[in-house]
Design a protein around this ligand. Structure first.
Ligand code: ZN
Length: 316
């Protein structure tokens, strides 16, 4: 296996998986890994597909003529952190590659795909095919209970030495959390706070997932074009926190940002820089002005390097 810059523990488990799965698959089709680490730039290119404009680190990745294939921006996929692999089946004789989930080439009455998944789970991988709202059949990850927000905030997965020394466990993922009618606790409080803030009324924030909360979840899912089932699983929870963060950002605008003799500073500058993919130091200097001008050019706004209400609205 090529060095894919996976987390050393994930790499080790992936190698074991290849070995175990391919012992079990006795037909012509074997497991192959199609993707390990995906760089931020590769993710930007994937995210840009089907979008009129997407700027990352000052570079345009928008490819409007293609279809949208991913909702994950750079940093939002576990592949960007070396914690995920994608697989497929490869015919050892012809070299053909297959994503069939039903093929049973070794005739043991269990689909080859399913056999790989079983072996992966034994090794502690989470399978993307188990995700309630976003089925990702070729995807395995070991996320140590972290999601991309944790990773972007600087949280680090345990090292291989810590795991092997028994100091850390490759914890089960947090992404299996599903809040539903009857759920209680802090997670539900947070859910209710977000929904109310976004105008989906679930009444008092009491930490109890009742009929009003369920109704609000369904309305939110409908508005976001998600499966309307009233379950707040991985997809609903992540769109909810995205929508919440987006609205907070929209409401953060309070002054035009521009290049002054005395550089402007603040949280508003920082979020603009983050959005534009440049160093987010919270100081509006010449680099910020240039990135804003590029953004304005790409979005057919007046190019003045000033983040006024229109540019702000386009950004967030
Ligand atoms: Zn994947």
């Amino acid at each position: 296996m090529a060095n894919m810059n996976l987390h050393p523990y994930v790499k080790k488990q992936a190698e074991k998986l290849m070995e175990n799965a391919n012992k079990r698959l006795t037909g012509d089709w074997k497991m192959m890994i199609t993707q390990g680490l995906r760089t931020m730039e590769e993710q930007a290119a994937i995210y840009g597909q089907g979008r009129s404009s997407y700027i990352y680190n000052g570079k345009q990745y928008g490819k409007p003529k293609m279809n949208i294939v991913s909702g994950a921006k750079p940093g939002q996929s576990m592949h960007n952190w070396g914690l995920a692999i994608d697989f497929a089946l490869k015919n050892t004789k012809t070299g053909a590659v297959s994503w069939s989930m039903t093929m049973d080439s070794d005739k043991d009455r269990k689909a080859d795909w399913k056999e790989v998944v079983e072996e992966a789970k034994k090794l502690g991988f989470e399978w993307g095919g188990d995700w309630k709202n976003f089925f990702d059949g070729p995807h395995f990850e070991i996320n140590f209970g972290l999601d991309w927000r944790d990773l972007q905030a600087g949280k680090k997965p345990p090292t291989l030495a810590e795991i092997e020394g028994g100091k850390a466990k490759p914890a089960p993922s947090s992404s299996s959390t599903v809040l539903e009618k009857g759920s209680r606790g802090e997670d539900v409080k947070e859910l209710q706070t977000y929904l109310n803030y976004l105008g989906f009324d679930c009444g008092k924030v009491d930490g109890i997932f009742g009929a009003d909360t369920e109704k609000a979840v369904k309305e939110f899912q409908k508005a976001q074009k998600l499966t309307v089932d009233g379950y707040a699983g991985k997809n609903t929870l992540s769109s909810l926190s995205r929508a919440y963060a987006a609205k907070k950002l929209k409401n953060l605008y309070s002054r035009p940002l521009k290049l002054d003799k005395q550089y402007m500073k603040g949280e508003d500058v920082k979020v603009v820089q983050q959005k534009l993919g440049i160093t987010a130091d919270g100081i509006y200097g010449p680099k910020s002005e240039k990135a804003v001008k590029d953004f304005q050019g790409a979005n057919k706004l007046g190019i003045d390097g000033v983040v006024g209400p229109k540019t702000w609205a386009k950004l967030f």
